[in-house]
Design a binder for this molecule. Structure first.
Ligand SMILES: NC(=O)c1ccc[n+]([C@@H]2O[C@H](COP(=O)([O-])OP(=O)(O)OC[C@H]3O[C@@H](n4cnc5c(N)ncnc54)[C@H](OP(=O)(O)O)[C@@H]3O)[C@@H](O)[C@H]2O)c1
Length: 294
């Protein structure tokens, strides 16, 4: 009998890639969404859609009924641990067997960023949840570069407050394939494991710009900017202040060398090397090209 997997964050970047990675697998996909009328993505990927809000515990039980595996993704924000707690409680009440949780690189009580410290709280809760559990801690997503696509298309430049940071960045499609691997393996196989996932090499943003330029066939330049300039830009685009603060904390940590590492965990899980930035750039090239050229 196929297992029912509940996907949280089902309209977002990672969970969409996860549903792609689970396509054709012998599982029944179920998606938790806040707004059922905005759930075409999960439906197109074969998921049965349930409305529920991780911030509202009373809305969750119907989606969890009959679920064997929970993919737990919480959005960034000060209420992330409460969101995770509500999901874990609903899962316990429903008799869910396994939780696979998306955490973040470097999650720890002494992480230099609030997101890492909040994720650490939820990681501790998962470790005591009484169900089988696995935690994934991916590094900085290559897909974050899509936030710079408009600038790159318009000006051939992008501005970050990352100075000369080196980051072992990872393609989200690889995060999703690792999550799918864990979810499709026997629940005992990865129980109690915390996997730190990275790409194949630690890159500066000058190197990233070089790879984007090669894929686009036009020069791309990285322009380092200060924290204040980046903050003004983010707030100007409507990014909430809490998120702008969090991103600044990450940028400072990365600029000081905090993210300059890779692991071979992904290769161990998938039996192949992680995707490289060159492949990301090739596959996403149309997003970085002005519409009239695309
Ligand atoms: N960016 C990185 O480099 C990076 C690296 C490692 C880990 N992470 C972690 O990745 C996670 C974010 O993943 P993502 O990029 O896939 O997120 P995303 O694209 O921003 O999507 C967030 C998802 O959460 C849903 N959501 C928001 N509030 C909700 C609520 N109250 N109840 C139920 N669902 C809710 C959203 O649904 P709606 O459609 O309703 O808005 C959406 O589906 C965070 O935990 C972050 O710390 C990020």
């Amino acid at each position: 009998m196929s297992r029912t997997v509940l996907i949280t964050g089902a309209t977002g970047t990672v969970s969409t890639a996860l549903m792609n990675a689970l396509r054709g697998a012998e599982v029944d996909l179920r998606a938790l969404v806040r707004d059922g009328s905005a759930a075409d993505g999960p439906r197109e990927r074969g998921a049965e859609v349930f409305a529920g809000d991780l911030g509202d515990a009373r809305s969750l039980p119907p989606a969890f009924e009959g679920v064997r595996d929970l993919w737990l993704l919480t959005p960034n924000g000060p209420r992330a641990p409460e969101n995770a707690m509500n999901a874990v409680w609903a899962a316990r009440q429903a008799g869910v067997e396994r939780v696979v949780r998306l955490s973040v690189v470097g999650a720890a009580h002494d992480a230099p960023n609030r997101s890492g410290r909040l994720h650490a709280l939820s990681d501790r809760e998962i470790e005591r949840c009484g169900m089988r559990w696995t935690i994934l801690r991916p590094h900085w997503f290559m897909q974050n570069l899509l936030n710079e696509a408009g600038d790159i298309a318009a000006t051939g430049t992008f501005s970050l407050n990352m100075a000369s940071a080196r980051i072992g960045m990872i393609d989200v499609r690889d995060v999703a394939e690792c999550a799918a691997r864990v979810l499709l393996d026997d629940p005992d196989r990865h129980h109690g494991e915390t996997y730190t996932l990275t790409g194949p090499r630690s890159l500066t943003f000058d190197e990233v710009a070089g790879e984007l330029g090669l894929a686009l066939g036009r020069p791309v330049t990285y322009l380092p900017v200060g924290d204040e300039a980046k903050r003004r830009t983010l707030l100007g685009h409507g990014v909430p202040e809490w998120i702008a603060d969090m991103l600044e904390e990450y940028a400072r940590a990365y600029a000081s060398g905090w993210g300059d590492f890779t692991t071979d965990t992904l290769a161990g899980l998938l039996g192949r090397p992680p995707r490289d930035i060159a492949g990301f750039a090739r596959d996403h090239a149309p997003a970085f090209i002005p519409a009239r050229d695309g």
